[in-house]
Design a protein around this ligand. Structure first.
Ligand code: CMX
Length: 466
């Protein structure tokens, strides 16, 4: 076991400094003020819409949908992004290439860099493309809120290193709940019309603290346990990369892209839906996000990025570093014959190659075209879709986001596959916490869909058919 490190003492000190800083200069970025302007109009619009069209039918529910994971049921609202089956994700109406084009970039990378996740967060929250100044201020505001209380450091340093990083991540976020301003305000009996403001403060604090928590987990499990302090002159991604111990500016660019594209995938995916569901009970953002991370840790969702790398490196050790197409095809068929899925392929909504895969492939073509693992990932991209199509049951044989991310991380030396889903989780906070703020702003109620037993469904079907 590691004892409480110098990092913990540093955190305790910086916790006080950060609290003073915040009190003196909250809303450094002006994002909260902008939201205060936008929210009343949106509240009125939704109220009027519900009043006029609340009784209008927007879909039908079949028995198959009830058993089939509610696929395709239009039954919830998410303002931040919409997923089109063929085109992929649009963040507040903007595709990934449009975001790469329009969102501000890091200082020194203005002409050809990747978008800053800070800009995407502003877009998700407001629907507006921020200015470079607004994004720079947001980086500073997050740096000022990044401190982690000593008990969370102590918790992480005392967890067994065999405990999966995602379990550690979720536990640490739940322990951070001591900082919740929403929970405190609720306990003091604040009016419900102000809930969104306290939720916003928690969302900002939590997003700011996640890189520190995530790096601490990485450093304690895999390295010496010591985390580089936050640099208030750097952006969120560069700080995160530095804290993990990666100083290569190309890796910082990868992190900016990675943390942008994994952020949001509309409201029905497991992590987003979990955050929304738990938050609907007025559990605070820390508890809601901790629960969301338990969902992301599932192998059919975020853990697929770990599964892909495990699967591909097993393929390499079995077939050598440059196998033939036929050998890869046989390996894929063996995977299927053993009753497992091909990780990184398929999707519940998408029916084409995921644009999050495509932009990572473009990054690889630009920065690491000769990487042997990238070569193998490209070969898998050629071989897998026809095999899945031939099964006749897979609705989408194309790769998703998780099929590519690990090979990029490996290239820059982040080799610990079990850690990959934590990176996904840090990014996912941007989307699900923006949505949570809007849930509270729109006063969405506790979620409670109707479930049916098979006996009840059979009676309903008979009644409808007679
Ligand atoms: N390999 C093998 N079989 C697959 C498959 C794959 N990649 N994708 C789907 N199938 C199978 C399903 O298991 C299902 O089989 P059964 O009827 O025998 O149960 C059948 O094809 C139909 O499934 P579907 O309607 O096409 O897919 P779902 O909406 O049910 O599931 C998903 C979607 C992502 C869970 C599934 O494609 C899958 O398991 N993929 C591999 C895991 C993965 O990459 N997950 C990450 C998704 C992105 C993310 O959330 O991060």
């Amino acid at each position: 076991m590691l004892s409480l490190s110098s990092f913990a003492r540093r955190c305790a000190l910086s916790s006080q400094t950060a609290a003073c800083l915040r009190a003196a200069s909250s809303d450094v970025s002006g994002l909260k003020a902008r939201l205060s302007e936008i929210i009343p109009a949106q509240q009125q619009e939704v109220k009027a819409f519900r009043k006029e069209f609340g009784g209008t039918k927007i879909g039908d529910v079949t028995v198959e949908m009830a058993y089939g994971g509610m696929r395709g049921i239009k039954g919830m609202v998410c303002e931040t992004s919409v997923l089109d089956a063929d085109e992929g994700i649009r963040f507040r109406g903007y595709s990934i290439p449009e975001c790469q084009d329009l969102l501000p970039r890091a200082a020194g990378m203005e002409s050809e860099g990747e978008p800053l996740p800070e800009g995407l967060f502003w877009l998700l929250m407001t629907g507006e493309v921020p200015t470079t100044e607004q994004v720079r201020a947001l980086s500073q505001e997050w740096a000022s809120r990044a401190s982690v209380p000593p008990h969370v450091v102590s918790l992480v340093t005392n967890l067994p290193s065999t405990l999966h990083p995602m379990s550690q991540f979720s536990a640490a976020i739940a322990a951070l709940q001591s900082e919740s301003r929403f929970a405190q305000a609720y306990g003091e009996g604040v009016h419900k019309s102000t809930y969104w403001e306290h939720c916003y403060e928690d969302a900002m604090d939590l997003i700011a603290k996640l890189p520190t928590v995530a790096s601490l987990i990485y450093k304690v499990i895999y390295k010496d346990g010591d985390v580089t302090p936050i640099d208030s002159n750097l952006d969120w991604s560069a700080n995160f990369a530095n804290m993990l111990g990666f100083r290569d500016s190309e890796f910082h660019e990868l992190m900016r892209l990675y943390l942008t594209i994994h952020s949001d995938h509309e409201g029905g995916n497991v992590s987003a839906h979990t955050c929304h569901l738990v938050g609907s009970a007025l559990s605070d953002p820390y508890l809601s996000f901790s629960a969301a991370m338990c969902g992301l840790a599932g192998p059919l969702h975020g853990l697929a990025n770990q599964e892909v790398l495990v699967w591909i490196t097993e393929m390499q050790s079995k077939l050598g570093s440059s196998p033939s197409d036929a050998d890869v095809a046989q390996y894929v068929k063996d995977t299927l014959a053993s009753g497992r899925v091909v990780p990184g392929y398929g999707h519940a909504v998408l029916r084409k190659t995921d644009p999050r895969y495509t932009c990572q492939r473009e990054f690889a073509l630009k920065h690491l075209p000769d990487d042997p693992l990238f070569d193998l990932v490209s070969k898998v991209y050629q071989v897998v879709p026809p095999i899945l199509t031939d099964l006749g049951k897979v609705k989408n044989p194309w790769p998703n986001v998780d099929a590519h991310s690990g090979c990029l991380l490996q290239h820059y030396g982040l080799k610990e596959m079990q850690y990959y889903t934590v990176l996904f989780g840090v990014s996912r906070a941007l989307g699900v916490l923006s949505s949570l703020v809007w849930d509270r702003a729109l006063g969405l109620p506790i979620e409670r869909p109707k479930s049916m037993s098979t006996i009840g469904l059979k009676k309903l079907v008979n009644a409808k058919n007679n």
